[in-house]
Design a binder for this molecule. Sequence first.
Ligand code: BG6
Length: 496
Amino acid sequence: MFIFGASGDLTRRLLLPALYNLVVEKLLDPGFAIVGVDHVEHTEADFRDYLNSTVPAQIAGHVNAPDMLDGAAWTWLVRRCGYVAGDFGDPATYRALAARLEESRAEHGHANAVFYLAVAPRFFGAVVEQLGAAGLLSEEDGSFRRIVIEKPFGTDVDSAHELDAILLREAGERQIYRIDHFLGKETVQNVMALRFGNGIFEPIWSREYIDHIQITAAETVTVENRGKFYDATGALRDMVPNHMFQLLAMTAMEPPNSFAADAVRTEKAKVIEAIRRHSPAEAARWSVRGQYTAGQIGSRAVGDFVSEPHVAPDSRTETYVALKCMVDNWRWSGVPFFIRTGKALSVRRTEIAIQFKRAPSVLFRDTPTGALEPNLLIIHVQPNEGISLRFAAKVPGRKVRLSKVDMDFRYSDYFRAEPSTGYETLIFDCLIGDATLFQRADNIEAGWGAVQSLIDATGQGLCDLHPYVAGSRGPEAADALIGRDGYSWLPLSGRP
Ligand code: BG6
């Protein structure tokens, strides 16, 4: 595995800890090796020293118990780490990689390679072109050559399309693994198990029974040290066409013919393509953009977004976005999907809430119950992963009164989860050639297509920017947005 950007944040924080977890689970081949590629002038020994001094603390952080570091597993991994210092634009760098692959072929009889681009997006196209020019993407000798690309994949429809065009000139679609790390999350994968592994949900999974759906990804973190990236990106681009739409697609897709990668990805692309394309004016009407101002999150005081490092003092970038999406296909016609995500909110919570239509209250009209509450199925993506179902139960006593109760499944009550960064499954799947959990070109372009009118509306100054206090539930305008259809957001407080 060649990791471009070997001295970067992602490699240290997530990739090496994930690879370590795969070593602990004995899932890596004895011949597995890493070659870090970066412009930093390290020798191989320097690189290993750097990893030794930075990664174990990250691993300890992930497994939540510093003394749990498995020294033998870590040593096994770090011994297999080599390094090539070089500029990403210099053909000599790629000749050095080719030489490494020849060594591998001599030793193992094959030269399989994964090129992991843990680099800034501006290098994606250039690195892939260089790999292609050096012949490193050719699989003619029977070895596999795969490319892993991180997000953000483009910044709008056109740039994503251009990047795809470069990639697909140099490699086949099945060699390209576009990462959306939400798909590495167990609970996200569990949406398919819930829907298609049970007989009771699918028959009621449609506009006949479902009233509306709310998808939330609330974060307490601010932009921290990512001001430069975030100010140029904003909450919409950072979260919606990728992570939020993956949650939507898992929830709304038709059953695929099989779990084969293309069968699943075809159904996901279809549902994202069915999201209604608005005019910029309509997109502005059905969305809310917010930006956090100074406040308190728990015991932590937070400043204004515009005072964060590397954020322009007059920035109009949104740190919160809410929108209403309509999925115009047979199953979902008329069912609104409300999406909200933001930083510096009161809690960290990602969930998919499916609200069913109310039962007629005719039988309870003469009781103190009043209107019946709707049933609610919530998939708790994180934290406290699980699923809960809300229904009405009779309050004990002589009078007929109903109260809402929750039936709760928590992963941790049933399963012992292995320590995970969320990247283990994705890296492992790439190594075994299973692209099911990766984004195909059409998935990515469909995601951008569905938000393009909102990007345009923002560019044309059609969208207001609503301030919200850090540590709150977001701008009040978001309550008004969902309120226009007669609904309200589920509270961010309470379970989980
Ligand atoms: C990343 C975004 O892709 O996902 C971040 O760039 C965001 O801004 C993160 O914080 C959320 O991921 P997770 O796994 O922490 O929910």
